[in-house]
Design a protein around this ligand. Structure first.
Ligand code: PGA
Length: 255
């Protein structure tokens, strides 16, 4: 059985003080839910304070990115070893990173290898844009991104990581994908690609989230789908009430 995972991607929001206030507001509600894994991904600078505020709870912490080199002359970047100990997860290849910062499938793949070397579990983001969706290219795009991200990883690594299917046209737009459509892409194009590369056992083990305009009102519709194992949440993860509401709603549907 795949344990549902709801991860909050805070993006470039919250100062350190605001981040600590937010997790203090959330932690009791999140910690009360045993059947759903909850993870918060604050900006780098708030990671230690958030990790401290969550210590002793079952709430996980993730980074939103990292670089693949161990150290060196890479001004402005964060090395995987710097994250170790402060978080368990790292989001890789978010569409905003691909769009604004030139992230590629090859880069995501390098980062995924390094993440495992530092005991970090990657949350690998894939998804098509609106033009690709309308041109019927979703399957091709998403399969290519999955295949590119996983090059050289072994079966145990792929079984343990998380993939987030985030159609770009649904991110931050208030226009979520239909749950049945998201489920089909996840089952056929993502789990299907993993099955072709690694076999059915690995494909059934890997957890695959949906992301894109999810909230406490629509999450149950996604969590009712057999192949959707949680959500990567942007806007609705910035308020304690809506994020805790999403985790408790998931527990009601799937717990
Ligand atoms: P959203 O963002 O929930 O605000 O649409 C999702 C994401 O980018 O991970």
């Amino acid at each position: 059985m795949r344990k549902p995972i709801i991860a909050g991607n805070w993006k470039m929001h919250k100062t350190i003080a605001e981040a600590v206030d937010l997790v203090r507001e959330m932690r009791r509600g999140l910690n009360a839910v045993e059947t759903v894994e909850s993870v918060v991904c604050p900006p780098y600078i708030a990671l230690p304070a958030v990790a401290d505020a969550l210590s002793g709870t079952r709430v996980g912490v993730g980074a939103q990115n990292m670089f693949w080199a161990e150290q060196g002359a890479y001004t402005g970047e964060i090395a995987p070893g710097m994250l170790e100990g402060w978080c368990q997860y790292v989001i890789l290849g978010h569409s905003e990173r691909r769009q604004y910062f030139g992230e590629t499938d090859e880069g995501v793949n390098k980062k995924a290898h390094v993440a495992f070397a530092h005991s970090l579990t990657p949350i690998i983001c894939v998804g098509e844009d609106l033009a690709q969706n309308e041109a019927g290219e979703t399957d091709k795009i998403v399969r290519g991104q999955v295949t590119g991200a996983l090059v050289g990883l072994d079966a145990a690594q792929v079984s343990s990581l998380v993939i987030a299917y985030e159609p770009i046209w649904a991110i931050g737009t208030g226009r979520n994908a239909e749950p049945a459509d998201a489920n089909r892409v996840i089952a056929v194009s993502i789990r299907g690609a993993v099955a072709e590369l690694y076999g059915e056992t690995v494909a059934q083990a890997v957890r695959i989230q949906y992301g894109g305009s999810t909230n406490d009102k629509n999450i149950a519709g996604f969590m009712n789908m057999p192949d959707i194992d949680g959500a990567l949440v942007g806007g609705a993860s910035l308020k304690a009430e809506s994020f805790v509401g999403m985790v408790t709603a998931t527990a009601r549907v799937r717990g």
